[in-house]
Design a protein. Structure first.
Length: 420
């Protein structure tokens, strides 16, 4: 015969607390029943359990706010990759333990704080297949606002629990669909969204677990985990960075950005400069130059239109828009000069020379007409003619920096070298 408890309230409280422990919001408190039962009498135990279970299911049983366990401060680092925002939210354990013990040299590997391979954490549901949480306390969470590639493999937009399987020469990085669990205690491989490989490397000393981003460009960045004397870099790339910008511009041009010609011209110029969506860029350039709408016909909009007609293979339309732009009342000597230099940068030296010569015809002896002719001749390899034009420009220099630059160009031409 089973022995009855001398305290039926305590028996009922234990049953209630077992139910309480099954709630996701309090799984992080494994010692709660023993802690409470060991400190208070049976009647208050039952009351505490009933009060806890009476709370709404969505409520988080977190209790009063106290400092993080082990002094592992929570922090987040965010990196923009073009329009994509990537965030790593984590807690930072220290090489020195909370008691001040120096664990340097005892962080990584067999018998140390973070063993190689999977481990048994002694709690939770992952058994012997528990990865490292990449930090301390709650999940380390990796969030991306858009689809990205990690080490060349696609990771959809979303938030993920970030876990690691360390090794002496190679690590596995795990992105779990479960990002709300506590650490790795409840890790389940069935919830993996992606696994990739990465190589650890020697690092300068870092007392705290630290994440950072380096090699930051518009379409890629390198995320780096650093702790003690180890770093683990992994590549994040955005293959469709220009597509995202163009899609975003489409939306923005339906609002305040589309109320003036400047917005349409900037969007068109982006397509031209990045050689992307040039068909869409041409439509935007037409809008920018159309006075019947929000556009305005001026040197800037007409040149953008001419270049996008060229990019779309419309030679006749391009020439028509360019001729109109170069002779437009809004075009000044500096505008033509800068456009000629732009053409030189595109390896279109003959076209550039035509612009410089037209500038000289329309604005004789104006600054910087002779400088443009010098650059045009130099781009064509006519260094003698280029030197003569540069010497004519020297007394016209409007300030000391311009004069010094011209003097340097003259010396370069005397040496028989291109000044572009």
């Amino acid at each position: 015969m089973a022995r009855k408890s001398r305290h039926p309230e305590a028996f009922r409280a234990r049953a209630l607390l077992r139910s309480l422990r099954s709630l996701p919001s309090v799984r992080s408190l494994p010692a709660l029943p023993a802690l409470i039962i060991g400190l208070v009498s049976p009647a208050p135990i039952a009351l505490l359990a009933v009060m806890a279970l009476a709370a709404p299911a969505a409520a988080q049983f977190t209790g009063p706010t106290t400092p993080p366990s082990g002094g592992a401060q929570r922090q987040a680092i965010t990196q923009q990759i073009g329009l994509v925002k990537v965030t790593i939210d984590y807690s930072s354990p220290h090489v020195h333990s909370p008691a001040g013990v120096d664990r340097r040299g005892k962080i990584w590997g067999k018998g140390n704080l973070v063993p190689y391979g999977m481990a048994n954490l002694g709690f939770g549901t992952c058994g012997d297949e528990c990865p490292w949480r990449g930090g301390a306390n709650e999940n380390t969470v990796f969030t991306t606002t858009n689809d990205v590639k990690v080490q060349g493999q696609t990771l959809p937009a979303g938030s993920y629990g970030l876990h690691f399987i360390p090794g002496p020469d190679e690590w596995t990085i795990i992105f779990s669909k479960n990002h709300t669990a506590w650490g790795s205690f409840f890790y389940d491989a069935k919830e993996d969204a992606l696994r990739v490989k990465a190589k650890p490397a020697k690092s300068e000393y870092y007392e705290d677990v630290t994440y950072e981003f380096r090699d930051r460009k518009l379409d890629h960045a390198t995320a780096v985990l650093r702790w003690e004397e180890l770093e683990l870099p992994w590549a994040i790339t955005v293959d469709n960075a220009n597509d995202l910008y163009v899609d975003n511009m489409r939306r923005e041009l339906q609002s305040a950005a589309g109320f003036s010609w400047e917005g349409w011209n900037i969007a068109a110029g982006f397509c031209l400069l990045n050689k992307t969506h040039v068909d869409q860029g041409l439509e935007w350039a037409k809008k920018a130059a159309d006075p019947a709408g929000p556009g305005q016909e001026n040197f800037t909009t007409l040149i953008t239109l001419a270049e996008l007609e060229q990019a779309n293979g419309h030679a006749a339309e391009s020439k028509k828009a360019r001729d109109k732009a170069l002779r437009h009342p809004t075009a000044n000597p500096a505008d033509l000069h800068q456009y000629g230099r732009q053409l030189i940068g595109q390896k279109r030296a003959a076209d550039a020379m035509e612009v410089f010569q037209l500038n000289a015809k329309l604005h004789p002896n104006a600054w910087p007409v002779h400088v443009g002719l010098a650059r045009g001749h130099s781009a064509l390899g006519h260094y003698k003619e280029a030197l003569a034009e540069a010497q004519l420009a020297l007394p016209q220099a409007p300030n000391s920096p311009s004069r010094k630059q011209l003097e340097q160009l003259i010396e370069t031409l005397k040496g028989g070298k291109d000044i572009n």
